[in-house]
Design a protein around this ligand. Structure first.
Ligand SMILES: NC(=O)c1ccc[n+]([C@@H]2O[C@H](COP(=O)([O-])OP(=O)(O)OC[C@H]3O[C@@H](n4cnc5c(N)ncnc54)[C@H](OP(=O)(O)O)[C@@H]3O)[C@@H](O)[C@H]2O)c1
Length: 214
């Protein structure tokens, strides 16, 4: 697949390294004429192209959002309509509060629904927000395949996302329509709370474990 990864930080870097062996990757960056050393090194390591975010998005079949929540307001309108393209929203609408990182919104809407409103002609899928970047890149050592829930309104776009999730070593599970992102974004905060505030570390993941009925 032709994939644009917008953002080349922890998540963008992990996904580029993990997906580059199977897919054609373009790294979308703020300044394609003078990319950061980190972006240049990532492109050299993965064989990915570097392009301005709108160019990367318009040339891709699938766009992975790996940007901070606060960056979406200015970035999404610059991308063009992205009609018919699959946009995988891996962001979490996080904001600092006096008691640590918390959700900037939720319960009655979600970050993913905001993304869909900004890109009404695209097929937005919420996933890849529920675990740390380290597990997105390396999970073969885990005793169970980690689960990654998917929310979206297009069955075909969710199947595309599921294919990429399997390529990354995840067990994809359909959570329903895009408004179910209202469950998946707090779920990410649960992972963050355990990983960071409660000291569990960043190399664990949720798994959906089936078994025979007792
Ligand atoms: N880190 C995790 O383990 C994890 C896991 C699940 C979900 N998430 C979510 O994934 C998203 C990315 O997280 P991250 O940890 O990868 O962040 P990060 O390491 O800080 O990387 C953010 C990327 O976005 C770019 N960026 C920052 N501000 C921007 C702006 N105003 N306009 C355009 N680009 C901008 C940065 O560019 P520069 O390099 O030029 O600064 C960088 O490439 C967040 O929404 C986060 O909540 C993170």
């Amino acid at each position: 697949m032709q994939i644009a990864i917008l953002g080349t930080g922890n998540v963008g870097g992990a996904l580029a390294r993990a997906l580059a062996p199977r897919h054609a990757i373009t790294l979308g960056t703020r300044d394609a004429a003078q990319p950061s050393d980190r972006t240049t090194a990532l492109a050299a390591h993965t064989g990915a192209q570097i392009a301005a975010m709108p160019d990367a998005a318009q040339a891709a079949e699938v766009i992975l959002l790996a940007l901070p929540w606060h960056a979406l307001t200015s970035t999404l309108p610059s991308l063009g309509p992205l009609a018919g393209k699959v946009v995988i929203d891996g962001t979490n609408p996080l904001t600092p509060t006096p008691h640590g990182l918390d959700l900037a919104l939720g319960h009655t809407t979600s970050g993913a629904e905001y993304v869909q409103r900004q890109l009404p002609a695209a097929h937005v899928v919420k996933t890849l927000n529920q675990v740390g970047a380290e597990v997105m890149e390396h999970n073969a050592h885990l005793p169970h395949r980690p689960v990654q829930f998917i929310a979206g309104d297009s069955a075909q776009a969710k199947e595309t996302a599921a294919t990429l999730l399997r390529d990354l070593g995840f067990d994809p599970l359909d959570a329903g329509p895009l408004h179910r992102a209202r469950l998946l974004e707090p779920f990410a905060l649960l992972w963050i709370n355990q990983a960071i505030l409660r000291g569990k570390g960043r190399t664990w993941a949720f798994a959906a474990i089936d078994g025979p009925a007792p």
